[in-house]
Ligand binder design. Structure first.
Ligand code: ZN
Length: 235
């Protein structure tokens, strides 16, 4: 489905009598003009105010581990509160439209950042096809498509694939996670990415092991530049 069709479908569902017009943060009823989150919850979201011109803590997490140009995230992640609710609905309760909301927001922020480079392709961290079948979608797809549309880049989720269906890794330490993530990802037809600026996207960046593993699959592509973006970064 094209982004335009998805947008139309999304707008359609918002006006459907079946659509639960409640805030995903506090579950209060939304008033006309509010989408996904009420005004109060929207203001609660902890924006990082990171941009692509200055070094930030997310950059520091990748130093010495992977060749990349710059990293940034839209929000700080908290293990409770509005953002946690949003991610739970996005990932586990079939509320894919939350990705569209974040993608549009992040795209606007990046477009206004004068230090953000002209990106050729937005590539999401893939999920295993079995997980995708179970969940029904990659939670990054709609976020990534919307973000790519806003910054006028191509969205490409075909060629970077996940080859093993691993358990959620949140409880493993950084070293274990780094090892566990090795060789889980495969880049098909790498020539598609030669001499391109790639924005690799993830939902929540914790240790950076996943983005590092994904970025390393591009390492033999001549002239490639890797940038990272996440919806949220753990402080
Ligand atoms: Zn709310």
């Amino acid at each position: 489905m094209t982004l335009k069709n998805e947008l139309l479908q999304f707008i359609g569902t918002l006006f459907s009598p079946l659509f639960p017009k409640t805030c995903f943060g506090c579950f209060n009823i939304l008033i006309p003009g509010e989408l996904i989150l009420c005004t109060f919850c929207r203001h609660e979201l902890p924006l990082t105010h990171y941009h692509y011109g200055l070094e930030n803590k997310m950059d520091q997490a990748f130093y010495g581990r992977v060749v990349f140009k710059k990293a940034s995230a839209l929000f700080y992640y908290n293990s409770e509160g509005v953002l946690k609710h949003c991610f739970q609905f996005l990932k586990y309760r079939k509320q894919e439209q939350i990705g569209l909301f974040f993608g549009a927001w992040h795209g606007r922020v990046l477009k206004l950042d004068p230090t953000f480079p002209k990106i050729d392709m937005v590539v999401p961290v893939p999920i295993h096809y079995k997980k995708k079948k179970k969940r029904g979608y990659n939670q990054l797809s709609l976020y990534g498509k919307t973000l790519a549309g806003t910054i006028e880049a191509h969205f490409n989720e075909k060629y970077l694939v996940k080859t093993a269906n691993t358990k959620t890794q949140t409880k493993k330490n950084r070293l274990l996670r780094s090892h566990a993530s090795l060789a889980l990802y495969l880049l098909k037809e790498p020539q598609q990415f030669y001499h391109k600026k790639i924005l690799l996207i993830d939902d929540i960046m914790t240790t950076g092991a996943t983005l590092t593993s994904c970025a390393n699959t591009f390492k033999d592509c001549p002239g490639i530049e890797i940038y990272f973006a996440a919806i949220a970064v753990v402080r």
